[in-house]
Design a protein around this ligand. Structure first.
Ligand SMILES: [Zn+2]
Length: 110
């Protein structure tokens, strides 16, 4: 195992991994708080840091069929949510490349 490079976000409001407290996403990149994750409420972000992605899989969500990959905290490996890789419905295309982070797995700072 190599040494982990942990990215630090700037900004007054940062969402952190609840488990190991490294930065996960900035409030500036928050798109919506009104998403449903695996563990309840989830947030949609334009960007996330300190994550690793799992294999792509097809998933049928409330908003239709998508290809997603699970995302994990690169520091403690807990599952944080997923990334939208592909959306089939035209109205959902904006989510491609965006990140769902589970509220339950995050700490809000600031
Ligand atoms: Zn973590």
């Amino acid at each position: 195992m190599g040494r982990l490079f942990i990215q630090t976000l700037s900004g007054s409001k940062i969402f952190k991994c609840k488990c190991c407290k490294v930065d996960s996403a900035s409030h500036d990149d928050l798109i919506s708080k009104d998403f449903q994750g695996r563990f309840g409420r989830a947030f949609l972000f334009r960007n996330a840091v300190n994550i690793t992605t799992g294999p792509q899989e097809e998933k049928s969500l409330r908003s239709g069929l998508h290809i997603i990959s699970d995302i994990y905290c690169s520091s403690c490996q807990q599952i944080l949510g997923w990334r939208y890789e592909k959306a089939y419905e035209e109205s959902q295309k904006y989510k491609e490349g965006m990140f769902i982070l589970e509220k339950e797995r995050l700490l809000k700072e600031g």
